[in-house]
Design a protein around this ligand. Structure first.
Ligand code: ZN
Length: 252
């Protein structure tokens, strides 16, 4: 049997570094088998932006919260301002499960610590990313935490993103989306293809498309997203679906 390169979609990264639920870690382990998980620069970027940066900005909110931790979490839950806070709330739930009740300021410190630890763990397990067909500049970024000013991290990451003004991710896409399935990401991609002013705040919104198109032909991608599976099939990429955390949850 040939040794295939296995990549994972960013929503499985937490499971790959031993976080997430037992069921999801098990599902991932089954899909990957004995092969190692490869890392692309774009996937590292997704991990940093969706999990690490979110951990730091949530820690900032908690740090300034004047009241109960549970109220703060409720407030974060209601915060639909385009933030991918779902991943972080899962992480927070895990911390509280392990450590019991905490003050908002204590939870903030713990989340800052974990935010930096999960990135170290990600880099330790995945190694430095060797695949960068999408020419992502942000995924290679080093995240340095100044413990006297931990709140600076999310700010610095946002600044880094706004500095990349010539995102070359579009180079991996075809000229038209005609042959692609009609998914949310493809609709967004349709609008973005051919835009001259393409910045990294836009490539962030079409992560699925980038992940599918940059996948090497002989590699396999394990994903927990049906749209990504559809898109992969349409462009002859090998995408294997595993259930999401919710899908794996036992139902009564
Ligand atoms: Zn970009």
């Amino acid at each position: 049997m040939s040794k295939k390169l296995v990549f994972i979609d960013s929503s499985l990264a937490a499971a790959a570094i031993g976080q997430s639920t037992t069921a999801q870690r098990e599902a991932l382990r089954k899909a990957v088998g004995k092969r190692g998980i490869a890392c692309s620069t774009f996937l590292r970027k997704e991990f940093i932006w969706r999990l690490v940066k979110e951990a730091f900005s949530t820690a900032n909110v908690l740090r300034h919260w004047d009241g109960d931790t549970s109220e703060c979490l409720e407030w974060l839950n209601q915060d639909f301002g385009g933030r991918s806070s779902k991943n972080i709330l899962t992480l927070v739930a895990a911390i509280l499960r392990d450590k019991g009740e905490m003050k908002a300021s204590e939870l903030s410190t713990e989340l800052t610590r974990i935010g930096s630890a999960i990135l170290r763990e990600y880099d330790r397990r995945m190694g430095s990313p060797k695949h960068n067909r999408a020419n992502c500049e942000l995924g290679a970024i080093k995240v340095v935490v100044d413990w006297r000013r931990p709140y600076r991290v999310s700010q610095e990451l946002e600044e880094a993103e706004s500095k990349v003004t010539a995102c070359r991710v579009t180079e991996i896409f075809p000229g038209s989306v005609e042959a692609l399935p009609n998914t949310k990401t493809v609709k967004k991609l349709e609008k973005l293809i051919g835009q001259l002013d393409f910045r990294c705040n836009k490539c962030r919104t079409i992560g699925d498309a980038v992940i599918a198109f940059e996948l090497p032909t002989r590699a396999m991608l394990v994903a927990c997203d049906r749209d990504l599976e559809k898109l992969g099939k349409a462009i002859s990429k090998n995408v294997v679906y595993v259930d999401s955390i919710r899908g794996l949850q036992p139902r009564n």
